[in-house]
Design a protein. Structure first.
Length: 283
């Protein structure tokens, strides 16, 4: 699988990552099988968080014996230093590892979030101490607000940002470009969420992708166009929706390399965008 440069130390990540929501609520043998399938496809970037149910408990055993071959990213939603440190140590234990390649603030969304993590005794202090101790290599954040992303980049030289980068938001210019530009100015790497999302679930819809809070694109051709479009936006890697069907689809799309959209394909994606309301910004 194609790899792209991440960070400032020569690391490279596959263009598709494994979001561990895929293994949430699965029997351990199923989680083991899904992780092995991803590894066999060449995926080397794995992302997890305490907020993903029992995903840490499933991913740790599934990666045992293969940890050194992957780039393992984790997050914390705790904004205070003591809480962030405690959650980091708990995640290390559950993932059965002695370090994370990337540790991130999870879902920074408000000015209050930003102020708390940056304050004396806040989570950033805990992150920097953990980095000095060798418990984490890179520092980053996931953001559901462009204002929050810009503020964090102004305050500290984070290595990367993980954020929603969806075709509808880009084409309709509602979300994504400001974060891309803020990361570019700081020389930070960009990691994408929601690239294969369609829209919010319609009222009363049967949620046949139960782990997804949004409706994913089900058909492979439009999903592939959306994924390839996101990966054309200076993105290192994209995390597909948290369902093994979506992960398998993404693997098929990029199996022979990430081909840029041609003009006809871009027009097709624009027509698809006309029929949906972008997921972000959330009303």
């Amino acid at each position: 699988m194609e790899q792209r440069a991440y960070g400032r130390n020569g690391d490279r990540l596959t263009v598709i990552g494994f979001g561990a929501i895929v293994v949430m609520n699965e029997p351990q043998e199923t989680a083991n099988r899904f992780v092995a399938e991803a590894l066999d496809a060449g995926i080397d970037y794995f992302d997890v968080a305490p907020g993903y149910g029992d995903a840490q408990d499933r991913l740790g055993p599934a990666l045992e014996g293969r940890r050194n071959g992957v780039f393992l990213a984790c997050k914390t939603a705790r904004r205070d230093g003591a809480g962030a440190r405690a959650e980091l140590e708990d995640s290390l234990r559950k993932l059965r590892t002695d370090r994370f390649d990337l540790y991130q603030f999870h879902a920074v969304s408000t000015p209050e979030d930003v102020a708390q993590v940056l304050a004396p005794g806040g989570a950033l202090e805990a992150f920097r101490k953990a980095q000095e101790e060798g418990l984490v290599r890179y520092l980053g954040f996931s953001a559901h607000s462009e204002e929050a992303a810009e503020a964090l980049f102004e305050a500290f030289p984070f290595d990367s940002v993980l954020f929603p980068l969806n075709y509808a938001g880009l084409i309709q210019d509602t979300y994504g470009r400001r974060t891309l530009e803020a990361a570019r100015r700081r020389g930070a790497s960009c990691l994408a969420l929601k690239a294969m999302a369609r829209a919010a679930w319609p009222e009363g819809a049967e949620r046949d992708f139960p782990k997804c809070w949004y409706e994913p694109i089900r058909e492979e051709r439009p999903a592939g166009l959306a994924l390839r479009y996101a990966l054309s936006q200076s993105i290192v890697s994209a995390l597909p929706p948290g369902d093994i069907r979506a992960l398998r689809m993404a693997i098929r799309v990029v199996r022979d390399g990430v081909r840029p959209l041609d003009p006809d394909e871009l027009e097709e994606l624009k027509r698809l965008s006309d029929s949906v309301r972008p997921l972000f910004p959330v009303a």
